[in-house]
Design a protein around this ligand. Structure first.
Ligand SMILES: [Zn+2]
Length: 260
């Protein structure tokens, strides 16, 4: 019976060299877990493990990308938390945007993200792509993953500096953000959406997509000492649930260079 605490070992063991090889029904069987799709109430997925085999139950009422993330998440429990006979995972436990938290659920989310979008496949796929939801959609189609989880991945592994931020669509307050690795950690997008941003147009219902990366005054997004002297590129869309998602991209890195 195989147990892969590192998802990359798991993928390499099964000879995965292409995103389309990440077939979770087959990979699961390789570690003695069977996936079953069915109507679930009160949760989106759960796993029952007995000795060295397990059954993963996934809701058949959610999208394929969501099902895949659920299976990846439950496989994370199976690989990392063996010994706990059952995990029942609510919708709020499972999601790419929770991978930075602590605890068993966040750990399972990180496992799912690494399994579904491994760095060794994602980085080459994303190389030189613009930092926008146009790219996120292409990558999400390739990896069969959600827009949210894929946007986080593009921000981490893309070729250019960007921040991906998500806001509460009810009141425009920032929920969280992810930075490209070399963007300084003291740079935060505003806590409240500025009324001049394209994200505010999405929040107000003018559109669900601001239409690709558009140039905008950096001070509408940031309060660094040089923000008034620079522009950034913003692409904002309506996200799943009550979220506004914004990708902010520094095509010209001089603003960041001045701050480093
Ligand atoms: Zn879980």
């Amino acid at each position: 019976m195989n147990r892969f605490k590192n998802p990359y070992d798991y993928l390499k063991y099964f000879g995965v060299t292409d995103p389309k090889d990440i077939c979770l029904d087959i990979l699961s069987k390789g570690c003695d877990a069977t996936v079953q799709y069915r109507m679930l109430t009160g949760c989106e997925g759960y796993i029952v493990g007995v000795k060295d085999s397990a059954t993963i139950f996934v809701s058949n009422a959610v999208s394929i990308s969501r099902q895949r993330f659920c299976i990846g998440h439950e496989l994370g429990h199976w690989m990392l938390d063996r010994g706990t006979p059952r995990f029942s995972c609510k919708a709020e436990d499972i999601g790419g945007h929770k991978i930075f938290q602590k605890g068993v659920e966040a750990r399972a989310n990180r496992y799912a993200a690494d399994l579904l979008m491994p760095e060794f496949l994602f980085k080459p796929a994303a190389v030189d792509m613009e930092m926008s939801f146009n790219s996120v959609r292409k990558l999400a189609k390739l990896f069969q993953t959600s827009i949210m989880a894929t946007a986080i991945r593009l921000t981490r592994f893309g070729s250019f500096p960007a921040i991906f931020a998500w806001y509460d669509a009810k009141n425009g307050s920032r929920i969280s953000c992810v930075r490209w690795p070399e963007v300084p950690s003291f740079i935060w997008p505003h806590e409240q959406l500025h009324h001049e941003t394209y994200a505010m147009e999405v929040l107000c219902g003018k559109s669900t997509d601001s239409g690709g990366p558009k140039r905008i005054d950096a001070s509408y997004w940031f309060d660094t000492r040089n923000a008034y002297d620079h522009d950034v590129y913003e692409h904002s869309i309506k996200g799943y649930g009550d979220l506004v998602l914004s990708m902010i991209w520094w095509k010209d890195e001089s603003m960041l260079d001045e701050l480093s």
